[in-house]
Design a protein around this ligand. Structure first.
Ligand SMILES: Cc1cc2nc3c(=O)[nH]c(=O)nc-3n(C[C@H](O)[C@H](O)[C@H](O)COP(=O)(O)OP(=O)(O)OC[C@H]3O[C@@H](n4cnc5c(N)ncnc54)[C@H](O)[C@@H]3O)c2cc1C
Length: 462
């Protein structure tokens, strides 16, 4: 079958574009390297979930092994494993995008209708204050004591049944009650109902492009080769996925900026140990976000987070008995992380066997931003009676952005303002890979908004 459009990646962007095209009768095929799960089949153990829902068996590392990169590999992509926090970009993020990319689209007024359209696809709720757990209480009390400002979070969820004892920490491995508004229970489901085809466990390895069509080829999990053809291609494999695919297909000759401009909002979790039970794993995983103008100007934010035990054990320093002694106190741990709005662009390359190699470090300004955040966390834990403060021993990259930056010049960008690759009129991208720099704000809602806009551009052409 010849498709009108092939979409590589069934994550956030791929699913949104698939829906908007399929409901208008466009013949769409979505190809996804990861598996398809339902609420009844998500892996039940944290360690199995890491292996089955992420590339690299759980984590990939940057070249200096200082940053653990979490890259989803599953139908639904990041929407399955993420925290579903929904934020519009502020003028600080949009102004810097506009000045770097030259795209007039990046203003609060121009983006508003696309944000609204994306929000209308999901149920978004504020986390009720009555359900906050011990970790959230420390976050809120500490902010108050230190004179910082925080705010309740908005999350894409449809009722998490906390009153029945549900603990949202589990849904980092897929929501078992379909409350989290992941794409398989929202837009991707609607796309499939409208006739969109989905090929899961199929990794695309090569793209070929002519003036008339696009051919993608790759291999299934069982090792069988496949090839599909369409009039148009959407790259929705995320920052590393898109860069890797195009680099392996030799697009860098025409697109010299490919793989450059890679950002991650490096995050550093810090545990506070208390004499009382905190039970940070209970109820809603996160209830508050920092909303402090001073933090924003200094280029960081604080998050009210926690993680399941395997992840915490990787972050807690020491080994052997010392490590065990800390882990035994897991229910007395609170946790806050600093997320840096990073300025030092990293680079995605591929090695001889086609695997992605990630060069990404902090520069002096990024380290300063991190230090400001660490100081604020220290102050919050001290003000709320922590007996020990334990910084995690590894940075984490969850917001993987760039590699196919949007812009007007071929020297400093890969995708044009019309969401097409420069000089490739049939290949589009609107996912996290087109971010021109790090916004310092949760990216999903903006990916959804840009994907809806890109789909409308494609519909006009189709
Ligand atoms: C633990 C965690 C928590 C997060 N929390 C939040 C949050 O609360 N709020 C927020 O806004 N953001 C959050 N994020 C980030 C957010 O999930 C991502 O920014 C978002 O998913 C990126 O969307 P995307 O469409 O660009 O790519 P993805 O959603 O990552 O989808 C890309 C898909 O493409 C597939 N793919 C890649 N290459 C190929 C190939 N060659 N062939 C076939 N398939 C391929 C991948 O397997 C993947 O499924 C979080 C991320 C993580 C990991």
């Amino acid at each position: 079958m010849k498709y009108d459009v092939i979409i590589v990646g069934a994550g956030v962007s791929g699913s949104f574009i698939a829906q908007d095209l399929a409901v208008k009768g466009v013949r769409v095929l979505v190809i996804e390297a990861g598996r398809s799960f339902t609420r009844d089949t998500y892996p039940r153990k944290e360690i199995d979930a890491n292996a089955q829902l992420y590339w690299g068996g759980g984590v990939e590392l940057n070249s200096s092994a200082t940053l653990a990169l979490l890259r989803p590999k599953v139908v639904g992509g990041g929407s399955i494993v993420n925290q579903a926090l929904m934020d519009r970009f502020d003028h600080i993020a949009l102004d810097s995008w506009r000045s770097q990319s030259g795209a007039g689209l990046f203003s609060e007024a121009a983006m508003a209708p696309w944000y609204e359209a994306a929000e209308n696809e999901l149920i978004i709720q504020d986390i009720p204050e009555s359900t906050r757990n011990g970790n959230a209480e420390i976050f809120a009390e500490g902010f108050k004591a230190c004179g910082f400002t925080c705010k309740p979070l908005s999350r894409a969820q449809s009722g998490c049944k906390f009153e029945e004892g549900n603990d949202c920490i589990e849904c980092l491995s897929g929501c078992r009650i379909d409350s989290k508004q992941s794409t398989p229970v929202t837009v991707l489901r609607r796309a499939l109902r409208a006739g969109c085809h989905l090929a899961s466990e199929c990794e695309v390895q090569q793209v070929k492009h002519t003036d008339e069509n696009v051919v993608v080829s790759g291999v299934t999990r069982l090792g069988r080769n496949f090839s599909f053809e369409a009039r148009k291609l959407v790259l929705a494999g995320g920052a590393i996925g898109n860069s890797r695919l195009l680099l392996n297909s030799n697009f860098q000759r025409k697109l010299p900026y490919l793989g450059k401009g890679f950002y991650t909002h490096p995050q550093y979790m810090v545990m506070g140990l208390y004499d009382r039970e905190i039970n940070a794993h209970k109820g809603p995983l996160q209830s508050y976000k920092s909303y402090d103008a001073g933090f924003r100007l200094k280029g960081f934010k604080l998050e009210n987070v926690f993680a399941p035990p395997v992840a915490i054990s990787m972050l807690v320093p020491n080994s052997g008995v010392g490590h065990l002694a800390k882990m035994k106190q897991i229910t007395k741990m609170a946790c806050i992380e600093v997320a840096v709005r990073d300025t030092n662009a990293g680079r995605i390359r591929v090695n001889g066997s086609g695997r992605a190699v990630i060069y990404k470090e902090l520069n002096g300004l990024d380290r300063e931003r991190k230090a400001h955040g660490m100081k604020a966390i220290h102050d919050i834990f001290s003000a709320t009676g922590a007996r020990e403060i334990v910084p995690g021993r590894l940075g984490i990259g969850l917001h993987l952005m760039g590699g196919l930056a949007i812009g007007s010049s071929q020297k400093s960008s890969v995708v044009g303002h019309d969401f097409k690759l420069h000089q490739h009129k049939n290949i589009y991208a609107a996912d996290s890979s087109i971010f021109p720099n790090a916004p310092g704000i949760n990216p999903s809602l903006t990916i959804m908004a840009l994907s809806k806009l890109a789909a409308s551009v494609m519909l006009k052409e189709l």
